[in-house]
Design a protein around this ligand. Structure first.
Ligand SMILES: C[S@@+](CC[C@H](N)C(=O)[O-])C[C@H]1O[C@@H](n2cnc3c(N)ncnc32)[C@H](O)[C@@H]1O
Length: 246
């Protein structure tokens, strides 16, 4: 079930590079605990991101190879399988989350493959997948262009690229409150302050960069709120649907 797609020395190499990145070491350290809180949160709140991803995949899912990058514990992989995807691939850089995903899947899902990798090293062949999803895993990077080129490389023509991320308006509010200097990360308490996550703030221009719009057409943008904090009035989440250009 756990198919690394690479030999073990390469996987170790990727893992060591990424260990330096706090977005991955956080999940290596707190992944299981984070997961319990996340599953509890979504059992009580609407999961707008998941619904957007499901609707965006549309009617032809039985012909599609669907890839979830930063798949975490792999709950969404099961959803895409249940929806009838031809093949489902989960890619994850955190060893701890990969092992949680392995537990989520158990033994009975031969149509789902788990692979060690990340946005900058997508271990898949050129033009090999129909859809790439990044649910709260894409925004962790400071600079998107390298990842955009990887996504463009592995997607087929007309392939879908779907992102769910913290809203740039929300990022701007936190960055101002924390008086961040360029290049500094925001420190954001989540799940009633149980964890502090550190992420770079992003603008809409970061997501719709020149490189991105050279390779993709923006088909849909949705703003929404998760109402984690009752004082929040601005949208906290953004959903983006891109289509790879021919
Ligand atoms: C907030 S969790 C989201 C997990 C899952 N997509 C979901 O919606 O439940 C973020 C995930 O992104 C992964 N991640 C962190 N840095 C990443 C990177 N550079 N490339 C790909 N995934 C990354 C983490 O290990 C973690 O599993």
């Amino acid at each position: 079930m756990l198919n690394t797609g690479r030999d073990s020395s390469e996987v170790k190499f990727i893992t060591q590079i990424e260990k330096k990145d706090s977005s991955i070491s956080f999940f290596d350290e707190h992944g299981k605990d984070y997961l319990e809180n996340q599953r509890k949160f979504y059992s009580q709140s609407p999961d707008t991101g998941r619904r957007f991803f499901q609707e965006s995949l549309g009617l032809n899912i039985e012909k599609m190879t669907v890839t979830d990058i930063g798949c975490g514990a792999g709950d969404d992989l099961l959803t895409y399988e249940e929806m009838g995807a031809k093949k489902v691939i989960g890619i994850e850089p955190s060893i701890s989350m990969l092992s949680e995903a392995k537990k989520t899947l158990g033994e009975n899902h031969p149509g789902i493959e788990l692979v060690a990798g990340n946005w900058k090293h997508i271990p898949l062949a050129d033009g090999s997948v129909d859809a790439i999803m990044g649910r709260y895993s894409f925004h962790v990077m400071s600079d998107f262009d390298e990842a955009i080129l990887e996504v463009a490389r592995v997607l087929k023509k007309d392939g879908l690229f779907l992102i769910a991320a913290p809203h740039p308006i929300h990022d701007a509010k936190i960055a101002a409150e924390q008086n961040l200097k360029p290049g500094e990360k925001m420190k954001k308490p989540i799940f009633e302050g149980k964890f502090i996550v550190e992420n770079p703030p992003h603008t809409l221009e970061d997501y719709l960069s020149k490189t991105c719009l050279e390779h993709f057409t923006l088909e849909e943008q949705k703003d929404y709120s998760m109402f984690e904090d009752e004082n929040e009035t601005e949208p906290t989440g953004i959903l983006l649907k891109f289509r790879k250009k021919g």
